[in-house]
Design a protein around this ligand. Structure first.
Ligand code: HEC
Length: 117
């Protein structure tokens, strides 16, 4: 082993431990998120053209179906999550780009993507 070859690994571990979202998603988590689809056809259609664009891809949005990404968000309670989904939050756009999503749709979509798979 080269001297100091362990440093990047140690740094990565430290970063992961400090991340507020917990363990970062692995490739398999992204693959699973990409294949997720609500059972309800109308909800699935909304999912496909809105939330899915950001919540199944690499970026700042909590990954669909990935428990560690959602744990600190869920801890805020459903009222905060709905309010932020409705009004937007940082780079999360208002209504998640789903102009015709009702509050009930938003709650169902949040429930769908925050449930661990
Ligand atoms: C254009 C990208 C984008 C789309 C589309 C999108 N989101 Fe998000 N969403 C984000 C990002 C980025 C965050 C993280 C914001 C932050 O924590 O700074 C986020 C965070 C959230 C959160 C967590 C808020 C919190 O309080 O922690 C919820 C709930 C959410 N999105 C719901 C939805 C729903 C429901 C949809 C579809 C109707 C949707 N999002 C569509 C980008 C998106």
């Amino acid at each position: 082993m080269k001297p100091r070859a362990w440093l990047p690994a140690a740094a990565a571990l430290l970063l992961a431990a400090c991340s507020p979202a917990g363990a970062p998603p692995a490739d398999a988590d992204y693959h699973r998120a990409e294949s997720m689809r609500p059972d309800d056809a109308a909800l699935a259609e909304r999912w496909e053209r809105s939330c899915r664009l950001c919540h199944t891809t690499r970026g700042p949005a909590p990954l669909a179906g990935h428990a560690p990404s959602w744990r600190p968000r869920l801890a805020q309670g459903p009222a905060v999550l709905l309010q932020r989904a409705r009004e937007g939050f940082n780079t999360m756009p208002p209504r998640g780009l789903c102009a015709d999503c009702s509050d009930e749709d938003l709650l169902r979509l949040i429930d769908f993507m925050s449930r661990p798979r």
